[in-house]
Write a protein that binds this ligand. Structure first.
Ligand code: BTN
Length: 278
């Protein structure tokens, strides 16, 4: 990540008062949390990026692979001494910003997979991890981490991920540099965070029409050991997944969608729609 090149394309607002570009870090989320530890509220809006992460984290303790120069690993530090539930909007703000940046900078139309993965052509191109910082038993900061696969070829992904993961390059997007994508992402992210902190339901409204799931699609949602199977019935204003199980609609707040009914006519349609420029 070339800082000068990045700053030619992004004019910092409250987001980016501090910008750190590292060659290698264990995790940009750790570094953003360290900034909150060191600077407190002055770290609000700090952006940390790294060309490589040696211990990148995904949701549920999974690793996130960030080989050097192939993708974007970016974290934003946010000061929060208000209620902990302010964090609820952040994952969606992150994934909506990725959708916008994909379209704007690479000409790709992505879809959201609940809760906050971004898919192109049915495969994951980006993930979002929000972590809270607690001090003295009180929430006092949030870190919004976003990983985007930009230049990966198939062989750059671990073998077990190849059938699920993609990159802007593999999906046929316009070539985009890390700097340009990061700039486009932050331009999109800033108003989404501001709006989402005031009115999380507004983000859910903005996301409608961008979900990879269609009403009636059969989903398996795993949470720990449990797997809940049901039909997709929408997303509630608080961002929870609505699943129709045995004729009753349930709100699911956490989990991973592990299976979408394969081969539905909708799946084919989405793949066409997501092609470049649509
Ligand atoms: C997921 O899909 O499981 C979330 C992946 C989040 C990865 C990003 S990369 C930048 C930031 N630093 C990390 O260690 N993780 C997040």
């Amino acid at each position: 990540m070339n800082r000068a090149l990045f700053l030619k394309q992004y004019s910092p607002t409250w987001l980016g008062q501090i910008i750190e570009c590292h060659q290698s870090l264990p995790s940009t989320n750790n570094q953003a949390r360290d900034l909150l530890d060191q600077l407190g509220s002055a770290a609000h809006g700090a952006v940390v990026m790294a060309e490589e992460q040696t211990g990148g984290r995904g949701r549920h303790g999974r690793p996130w692979h960030s080989p050097r120069g192939l993708g974007l690993a970016l974290s934003v530090a946010l000061w929060n001494d208000g209620p902990a539930d302010r964090a609820v909007c952040l994952p969606l703000a992150g994934s909506l910003a990725v959708l916008r940046a994909l379209h704007h900078s690479a000409g790709l139309r992505g879809r959201l997979k609940w809760p906050n993965d971004v898919l192109v052509g049915g495969k994951k191109v980006s993930g979002v991890l929000v972590e809270s910082r607690v001090q003295g038993g009180r929430p006092s900061g949030l870190v919004l981490g976003i990983g985007v696969n930009l230049l990966h070829r198939e062989e750059d992904f671990p073998e077990d991920l190849r059938s699920f993961a993609t990159s802007v390059r593999l999906a046929g997007g316009r070539p985009v540099t890390e700097e340009a994508f990061a700039a486009s992402l932050l331009v999109a992210l800033s108003p989404l965070i501001e709006e989402g902190l005031m009115n999380p339901a507004a983000l859910v409204e903005m996301a409608s029409g961008t979900w990879a799931h269609e009403p009636g699609d059969l989903l398996d949602v795993s949470s720990g050991e449990e797997i809940l199977r049901g039909a997709f019935a929408g997303i509630a204003p608080d961002g929870s997944l609505l699943l129709k199980v045995d004729g009753h609609v349930q709100a699911v707040h956490h989990g991973d969608v592990t299976r979408v009914r394969p081969g539905s006519p909708r799946a084919g349609m989405l793949a066409k729609e997501e092609k470049r420029g649509s």
